[in-house]
Write a protein that binds this ligand. Structure first.
Ligand code: PPS
Ligand code: ADP
Length: 202
């Protein structure tokens, strides 16, 4: 017998549609993916701030609130990364149900894992944003000194060095942080949301 056989889904008393009407934003996931140091957290946080100031429900999920808590039992093997993204996908879906524009800032190196999260959501509720910067530039930025440690062998299985990164095959948006400032990169995301009629001014 399946473990979940006796669990019955409860209908929410406030629907996602009601929440969306209230805030004027479609709830969705902005799934930022890219190498360490590409700018996922930086850009996601600027986008979130801009959305918040425009009165939208918004939240950022990133390593600080996930890998130190919910996923602190996971490391960086391929299997653990897949499980990391699976759990984050489920959490992101809950935020969408709660009427939020949730930005996630994880390397999420595997296309199949990103596609699995897309599959959890309804059409139009998942925007894959490829935060693009070359390995050389990320390594030059090295904001946490991790590339240096990876090169010296202190960190095994480091993305881009000793662990793979699969570039998105068909992302909704590519944000090149080598040729756009932080502010420009965030504005490109906001413009894409406007273009797709996912946010409206209140
Ligand atoms: N081995 C290895 N490979 C890549 N990254 C590493 C590793 N060890 C620690 N870190 C730090 O952890 C952050 C990546 O965690 P993620 O949860 O985003 O990774 S993944 O999506 O499961 O691949 C990543 O954060 P960002 O720099 O913000 O991307 C690193 O700071
Ligand atoms: N155009 C840019 N967009 C984003 N980050 C940039 C840009 N130019 C320089 N940076 C710097 O690069 C670093 C990116 O780090 P972070 O946002 O933590 O990346 P990630 O979350 O992808 O690991 C930050 O120190 C940021 O200030």
């Amino acid at each position: 017998m399946s473990e979940n056989q006796n669990i019955v889904w409860h209908q929410a008393s406030v629907s996602k549609q009601e929440r969306e009407k209230e805030t004027g934003n479609k709830s969705l996931v902005l799934w930022f993916t890219g190498l360490s140091g590409s700018g996922k957290s930086t850009v996601a946080n600027v986008v979130s701030r801009k959305l918040f100031e425009a009165g939208k429900n918004t939240y950022v999920l990133d390593g600080d609130n996930v890998r130190h808590g919910l996923n602190k039992d996971l490391g960086f093997s391929d299997e653990d990364r897949t499980e990391n993204i699976r759990r984050i996908g489920e959490v992101a879906k809950l935020f969408v149900d709660a009427g939020h524009i949730v930005s996630t800032a994880f390397i999420s190196p595997f296309q199949a894992d990103r596609d699995q999260v897309r599959g959890l959501l309804e059409e139009g509720e998942f925007m894959e944003v490829f935060v693009k910067a070359s390995l050389a530039v990320c390594e030059e930025r090295d904001p946490k000194g991790l590339y240096k440690k990876a090169r010296s062998g202190e960190i095994p299985e480091f993305t881009g060095i000793t662990s793979p990164y699969e570039e998105p095959a068909a992302p909704e948006l590519v944000v090149d942080t080598e040729n756009n400032s932080i502010e420009e990169a965030a504005d490109l995301v906001i413009q894409e949301l406007e273009k797709r009629n996912l946010i409206r001014s209140q």
